[in-house]
Design a protein around this ligand. Structure first.
Ligand code: KIV
Ligand code: ZN
Length: 387
């Protein structure tokens, strides 16, 4: 088990793409896969091979193109799905099959209509068949969080014995809490027979807005793979946001003692690419990749940031690929920010000049939401001409 880092399993192209409004063509998936490889995630879940011929072809094309990242296809625990996944990942230098079956009482009774023993049998048969295609087999207990602990342990042990190399514990409906999931991962990683031979993985959904917190809590409990999607896209409220979990581990390495291999400087660009491809914008206040994530408009904050960025920034914007000229000038801005922007634009202002430009700037800022560089230039030049 890699003790020193957390693997990033990116599911933007599978769970993310499954959400309404986020479907992508095979060509668009290829472009995203290239960006994900550039980010150096560990695994790209490229799709669900049995879902459609298009998905199958998309996974195959990604498996042919990607060189440095494991390419994965999802499959239910049935022969058709597993064989389709096995064929789709065949061209990959490193290919994984991810098989899943639900284990919770609700899913057993109302969805699968199977008893506990039957589910264990299917899990074992599925893992064994997947192992005939690749040595890298991930097994997921869908709705694991709402599954009885002793039964979950039984299914996980059977899957490990059958040859699974990664065990994923999904919070399929975003129901858990940080304390609960830490405790569950601690239990599974210490009490399960064979636990030392596999990597435990967390897959958290965001129905209660806890997906990132829960994923980090799972890492505290022993998870060494986190499943996530760029911009947090995914079924319903989405999956754990990749950029957030990665930057939380990087920024608070002092606390977690673990990091990922992600090249964080590519996060902003990859997020923008996804937005452009899907036509879905990220909210302005979204952590890490939102337009306001490193923007400061109020005078007090701007003053602090100009003196020392760490006063109001816990990460360096350039470390996630955001340009550093991020002071948004508006009606709350102060003289220090105005002087600094004018200097960046090539104007050195005396105190008197600054004062008169500042008065004109405030009038303009009252009328406009944001004051742009071209406005500042006009104000400074207007002041100069007026003298
Ligand atoms: O949320 C979930 O349970 C899933 C599984 C297929 C891993 O996406
Ligand atoms: Zn999911």
């Amino acid at each position: 088990m890699p003790d020193s880092y957390v693997k990033i399993f990116d599911t933007t192209l599978r769970d993310g793409e499954q959400a309404p409004g986020f479907s992508m063509s095979a060509g668009q998936k290829l472009a995203m896969a290239e960006a994900l490889e550039g980010l150096r995630v560990d695994v790209i879940e490229a799709g669900f091979a049995a879902a459609s011929p298009g998905d199958f072809e998309g996974i195959k094309a990604i498996a042919e193109m990607v060189k440095d990242v494991t390419v994965c296809s999802l499959a239910r625990c049935n022969e058709g799905d597993i064989r389709a996944s096995g064929e789709a990942i065949k061209p990959a230098r490193s290919g994984r099959i991810h098989i899943f079956i639900a284990t919770s009482p609700l899913h057993r009774e109302f969805k699968l209509k199977m008893d506990k023993d039957e589910i264990v049998r299917r899990a074992v048969a599925g893992v064994e068949l997947a192992r005939s295609y690749t040595d890298d087999v991930e097994f997921s207990c869908e709705d694991a969080i709402r599954t009885e602990r002793d039964y979950l342990k039984r299914v996980v042990e059977a899957a490990i014995k059958a040859g699974a190399t990664t065990i994923n514990i999904p919070d399929t409906v975003g129901y858990t809490t940080p304390e609960e999931i830490t405790d569950l991962f601690r239990f599974l990683t210490t009490e399960t027979e064979g636990a030392d031979d596999v990597i435990f993985s967390a897959h958290c959904h965001d129905d209660l807005g806890l997906a990132v917190a829960n994923s980090l809590a799972a890492v505290r409990g022993g998870a060494r793979q986190v499943e996530c999607a760029l911009n947090g896209i995914g079924e319903r409220a989405g999956n754990c946001a990749m950029e957030e979990v990665v930057m939380a581990l990087r920024t608070r390495r002092d606390f977690f003692g673990l990091d990922t291999n992600v090249r964080t400087e590519g996060l902003y660009g990859a997020s923008k690419l996804l937005s452009a491809i899907t036509g879905q914008m990220v909210p302005r206040n979204k952590a890490i990749v939102g337009k306001n994530a490193f923007a400061h408009e109020s005078g007090i904050h701007q003053h602090g940031v100009l003196a020392n960025r760490e006063t109001y920034e816990i990460m360096k914007p350039e470390h996630v690929g955001v340009s550093t000229d991020n002071l948004v000038l508006g009606k709350h801005s102060g003289r220090a920010a105005l002087r600094s922007r004018a200097e960046k634009l090539g104007f050195t202002l005396s105190d008197n000049q600054l004062q008169s430009v500042f008065v004109a700037f405030k009038e303009l800022a009252d009328a406009k939401k944001e004051v742009f560089d071209s406005d500042i230039e006009a104000l400074v030049l207007g002041e100069a001409v007026g003298q």
